[in-house]
Structures are given as C-alpha cells and as structure tokens.
Design a protein around this ligand. Structure first.
Ligand code: ADE
Ligand code: ZN
Length: 319
C-alpha cells in the first residue's frame, strides 16, 4: 500500500549503523548512545532528547546530511512511501553554524531531486528546537524565510514541550508565515489541550502529535471546525510512554469524531518502527482497512506543504 508520511525527523531517522559509521570516521566518542545490541539507548523523553542530540552531533558537514537523506529516502521508498515531509533542524547542522545552512540545503536538494526522479517525492520542514530557546529560533526562522519555496516548504517546532509556551516563539512563526511557509508545531504530546491551543494561536494548520486534544471535547470540535490536521505517530507515543499501549491510543477515537488524523513514524529507529509496522499495528489493534488508510492518506495530501499540482497528483493516487 502506498503511503504519505508528514512527520519524520531527518536526524531522528538516522539508523544506528549510519551514526556509528560517522562517529568512527570522525573519531567521535558516542559512549552511552547505544545499548549492548547496538540500538539507541535512552530512558524516558528527556533521555531520548539527550541520546538524539548526542547521535546528531556527528552530523557535521553538508555531505553527512546528504548521505543521511539518501539513506532515509531509500528506506522510506522501501516502505511504500510516495511522498514524505522531513523535519530538518539547521540548529543541528554542523553544530548550529547557520552561516553554512545554504550549503547544507544545496547538498540535500540534490539528493531530494534525484530521489523524486526515482519515485519518492519529499519536502523539508525547517524545525526549531523549543528547549534551545527563542533567540536561536529567530535565527533559524530567518534561514527558513530566506530559503522558502525551494525544497523547504514548511516551518515547525519540536523539542521539549514542557519548556515555556509555544507562543513565546511567535516572532519566528510570523516570520515563516510571511515567507509563505506552512506551519506545524509539536503540541499535545507531553502538554495538554492548552498547549495545542497555543499552537493554533501561532497559526499552525497542522499539529505534531496533538493526540491529547482527546482530553477536551471543545478543542476536538475546534480542530474539526478549523480543518486542522494531526500528524499522529502512535508507535512513538507508545514507545515514549505517552500511552501505555496501542489499544489505549486515541487515534481511532479522534478519527471517528471527525478530526483529520494522519500517520507517521517520528523517529523510526529510536522507536523500533517503520511505516509498515505502524499500518500493521493499526490494522491489528483497530481493524483499520482500505477505507481508513485511504482516508488518512487523502487527509495527508490535503494538508501537505506542497504545490497544488503535487497535491492533485497525490489526491488522485489515493482516490
Ligand atoms: N524531536 C524528535 N522527536 C520528537 C518528539 N517525539 N517530540 C518532540 N520533539 C522531537
Ligand atoms: Zn516529532
């Protein structure tokens, strides 16, 4: 089955072998990042963020990012993904030296163009890191605005949702919106309904996760009325302990209420998941079939940060 993925962190999609290879090339010490079987090792969400940032620290050149993108797009294509949006964080590129951002973008664009010709289309969502603070975010937002309309079509925020409020980053989101970028923000993963409301104040048309909207019926109605799309990552939520099990996950309840839900992997090797595994678990747990998968992919096409020609093509593919 063909799939659209809207929420995939490029850095978080790096296979452990890839990161180990880069660390060996650069003589970097990544002790503590992997367990005895070679998988990413962390405990809880804060531990996940620390492990993620340590692993990402070996991505130091445009070529490192280009090689990573090539590997990630290849794996996505193997999963039947026809269109994917990747969160890319310039604050991780080469230790956050934003003066080199255009070189990183050029290297990745070359890979994305080649992959498109081979059947997988992609776009980038430049992503600020909430716990790195609003000052760094503003600089990244300017990079996003200056490179808007290339491979970069979206702007988002990830990181620790417990730090400050999303509205502290309003300058950055305004800057990105004025440059014509689509807006999304991680919210309602660790924070409750009010955190999602803040993301709506920023003008986001999509919410990363957003699943805790289920705790507030008035917010659920608001999401439906405003045609907001949720980038739901059930395997990530279960792996990190947002929900204790697949059965307890609210994706089906949200979809049945009429909320536009989509399905993504977030950071697949960290959560031992793939797009196929997500679809299989949804089929097993909630008896989802062609009707439900068709619907989430049409909602994803509607919400994609792409041009109208691409959207029409995707909608046709999933009709
Ligand atoms: N960055 C990568 N994965 C994330 C997640 N699940 N939540 C917040 N920030 C992230
Ligand atoms: Zn995410």
């Amino acid at each position: 089955m063909k799939k659209i993925e809207l929420h995939l962190h490029l850095e978080g999609a790096a296979p452990p072998d890839f990161i180990r290879g880069l660390a060996a090339e650069k003589g970097a010490d990544l002790s503590g990042v992997f367990d005895e079987r070679g998988a990413y090792a962390y405990d809880g969400f804060d531990g996940f963020l620390r492990c993620y940032e340590a692993a990402t620290s070996v991505l130091r050149t445009p070529r490192d990012y280009a090689r990573l993108l090539e590997e990630v797009l290849e794996r996505s294509a193997e999963q039947g993904v026809a269109y994917t949006e990747l969160f890319v964080s310039p604050e991780f590129c080469g230790g956050g030296d934003l003066s080199a951002w255009r070189d990183y973008l050029a290297a990745m664009t070359e890979v994305a163009d080649k992959a498109r010709r081979q059947g997988i289309d992609s776009r980038a969502i430049l992503t600020i890191i909430r716990h790195f603070g609003a000052d760094r975010a503003r600089k990244t937002a300017i990079c996003a605005a200056e490179t808007a309309g290339t491979w970069v079509t979206g702007f988002g925020m990830g990181g620790a949702e417990a730090v400050g409020r999303a509205t502290d980053y309003d300058w950055s989101f305004d800057c990105a919106r004025e440059a014509g970028l689509g807006l999304t923000c991680h919210a309602g993963e660790w924070g409750g309904p009010d955190s999602i409301r803040d993301a709506l104040v920023l003008g986001c048309t999509r919410i990363g996760h957003g699943v805790r909207a289920i705790e507030d019926p008035a917010l659920v109605r608001d999401l439906i009325d405003k045609d907001i799309t949720l980038e739901v990552c059930p395997g990530s939520n279960v792996a990190l302990g947002v929900y204790p099990s697949w059965r307890a996950h609210p994706i089906t309840r949200l979809a049945e209420a009429g909320v536009r839900v989509t399905v993504s992997t977030d950071d697949p090797p960290f959560f031992h998941t793939t797009m196929r595994r997500e679809y299989d678990r949804l089929a097993e747990t909630f008896a989802w079939g062609d009707t439900e998968f068709g619907q989430i992919n049409r909602w994803a096409a509607d919400a994609a940060f792409c041009d109208e020609t691409t959207r029409d093509r995707l909608l046709k593919e999933f009709s």
